[in-house]
Design a protein around this ligand. Structure first.
Ligand code: CTP
Length: 409
């Protein structure tokens, strides 16, 4: 089989040196990579490096090998274009369709998925001009990865760092896998222009400064859902509780601890969301009283009684009181007995559109890489998902959400 053709566009920022690592990962995993740097990118990393690492010629201009019409051919032939780093200037040019060098021409002729990995100072990223350009690119179907937070050039820190090359690579690989190298309009990411919210992990309800009531949710299914949606072009907000998993590239992550914090973060995020998937295991109860000091053993040999109070049912609240008309609300249910009957009853009781039901037990689901489920829909449809990776279940969930999304035209 022919190697997938990837164009690595590099624009002129200090993070250009990190694109060498992305290039190495792409070539080592069997991709045919053509590097198209901008002139200013070559100030940071020279042509010889790109050429040696890619094994392909490198040009920045449309005036080289004119008989091969490179400004058209490179984009046409690509299975994926990834621009890393994408400067504020590059995002502006791409959003406005400028074509003054080989990379911007390539962006106009490419009909494959396009990924931008921005890197710039926080002020430039947050400027309304950049934010509007990013929104434009996303609306058209490009995947714009959220920059990471951390040390920037000089003494500054903040949002604007190029995400880890390994993360950018994973986004690219997911997109290529998903599109099976299909070319043309059909390959457009089908969640482009959508905002989706996913909750993941398990809440912890503190009892005293050292103890909490928790559960065994690993958060892996929620992360698989968030990554799959990002690869399908959505803007993703992931509300995460106690997973300890690194933030995935291209996803806005909000970290919370308790059920009440999770509720607040989810309600805020869904205000403009097309869909919300509650994959988190939310504690139904919390200790009525939080002891400010560690609860000590008494000399009488007795044990304290912990009084619990109910937490709000966030899923039921989201379904009953939708932030936008037609917002799709999806829940998860982990059941140990009468899985389907309990699932159907829960779907009705919670009022959501889809409920992903899986059987849990000693060795099933919690912490594992695999899952088996049935997705129940409020219209009566039931979709069994065979035992397999959590990524596959994530794709099926989005496949089922897609036709239920509100019309945006
Ligand atoms: N959920 C929620 N808020 C809660 C509890 C659960 O939003 N306080 C959501 C979970 O995120 C999940 C779904 O509801 O999507 C199902 O959770 P589950 O614990 O199975 O439902 P319960 O209503 O707690 O049912 P049970 O009586 O079986 O515990």
């Amino acid at each position: 089989m022919a190697k997938p053709k990837v164009v690595l566009g590099v624009s002129g920022g200090i993070a250009a040196y990190k694109a060498c690592e992305l290039l190495r990962r792409l070539t080592e995993s069997g991709h045919d990579v053509r590097v198209v740097p901008t002139d200013s990118a070559l100030h940071f990393v020279g042509e010889a490096t790109w050429s040696a690492l890619s094994g392909n010629p490198v040009s920045t201009e449309v005036w080289e090998s004119v008989h091969e019409v490179p400004h058209v051919r490179i984009g046409q032939a690509a299975d994926l274009v990834v621009v890393a780093p994408a400067t504020a200037d590059m995002l502006a040019k791409a959003a406005h369709g400028l074509a003054d060098d080989l990379l911007t021409n390539t962006l106009l002729t490419a009909r494959c998925p396009v990924v931008f990995a921005p890197a710039m100072h926080t002020e430039m990223w947050e400027h309304p001009a950049t934010q509007e350009n990013v929104a434009t690119l996303r609306r058209r179907g490009a995947v714009v990865i959220e920059p990471a937070v951390g040390r920037l050039t000089g003494v500054d820190t903040g949002k604007g760092r190029l995400p880890d090359p390994a993360e950018i690579f994973e986004v690219c690989r997911n997109i290529l896998n998903r599109h099976g190298l299909a070319r043309g309009a059909a390959a457009a990411p089908d969640l482009a222009g959508r905002h989706v919210v996913v909750s993941a992990g398990g809440t912890r309800e503190p009892l005293d400064p050292v103890r909490y009531l928790g559960n065994r949710s690993s958060g892996k299914q929620g992360y698989a859902l968030a990554k799959a949606a990002a690869a399908r072009g959505a803007r993703v907000t992931l509300v995460e509780a106690n997973t300890g998993i690194a933030d995935p590239a291209g996803v806005d992550v909000v970290h919370v601890g308790t059920a009440l914090q999770l509720r607040e973060a989810v309600l805020k995020a869904v205000a403009d969301a097309d869909a919300v998937v509650m994959a988190a295991a939310v504690a139904d109860f919390r200790p009525a009283v939080y002891a400010a000091g560690k609860i000590k053993k008494k000399d009488d040999g007795g044990a304290p009684t912990v009084e619990l109070v109910r937490n709000p049912d966030i899923l039921a609240e989201l379904a009953a009181d939708r932030a936008l008309p037609g917002q799709v609300v999806v829940g998860f249910a982990a059941e140990t007995d009468d899985v389907l009957a309990n699932g159907r009853e829960k779907l009705r009781r919670k009022g959501c559109d889809l409920l992903v039901v899986n059987e849990v037990g000693e060795r099933k689901t919690f912490g594992s890489e695999e899952n088996e489920a049935v997705v129940l829909a409020s219209d009566g449809a039931e979709t069994p998902v065979p035992y397999g990776p959590k990524e596959a279940l994530a794709e099926t969930v989005w496949d089922l959400i897609l036709p239920r999304l509100r019309s945006t035209t």
